[in-house]
Design a protein around this ligand. Structure first.
Ligand code: ZN
Ligand code: ZN
Length: 172
């Protein structure tokens, strides 16, 4: 192969990678519009089943389908909120409420040891489902290596509920 052809191939290869990266960024930024189907809204609307734990006017809680430990629950607002980036100080009370309901649920399941409880959110683009959900996990020490990474508190991808509350206050 002539060196000119080699250079052309490399340029093509490079361009393909650039296009793929741009496509990924767009997917992350614009891929999940509110009009698109949302698994958690389906659970709220009862068109999809979940292992329900709690329900009130504003929230529902259910078991995570891929539990990282023996007690792994999710609580979501019934109203579709995309992620933690959509939150403002006006949502602070809602987040505090979610935290309290989750602690109550864990207590019902005999999970009361503070250092064993993880309460947190995945932050975009690491939120697999684009509907705000608070994870409640206990006992933490039971988690496997992969779980310890996915739910590594105050990493780039997973923020504790208290960190989120503090940042809402700070940015208000
Ligand atoms: Zn939703
Ligand atoms: Zn998550």
């Amino acid at each position: 192969m002539s060196s000119l052809k080699k250079v052309a191939l490399w340029i093509l290869f490079f361009l393909a990678i650039v296009v793929a990266i741009i496509a990924c960024i767009f997917q992350v930024r614009y891929g999940n519009k509110d009009s698109m189907p949302c698994v958690f809204c389906d659970i709220v609307n009862k068109t999809r089943d979940a292992d329900m734990l709690y329900m009130d006017e504003d929230f529902i809680a259910f078991k995570d389908i891929k539990p990282a430990t023996s007690n792994h629950f999710l609580i979501i607002p019934k109203r579709h909120i995309a992620n933690t980036n959509s939150l403002t100080i006006a949502d602070k009370d809602m987040i505090v409420k979610m935290k309290l309901i989750m602690l109550e649920l864990l207590k019902k399941h005999n999970q009361t040891i503070e250092n064993e409880i993880s309460l947190g959110f995945h932050v975009p683009p690491f939120n697999s489902i684009k509907h705000l959900h608070l994870h409640g996990i206990s006992p933490k020490s039971e988690m496997k290596l992969i779980g310890r990474w996915i739910f590594k508190e105050d990493s780039y991808w997973y923020k504790s509920v208290d960190t989120i509350i503090a940042s809402l206050i700070e940015n208000s």
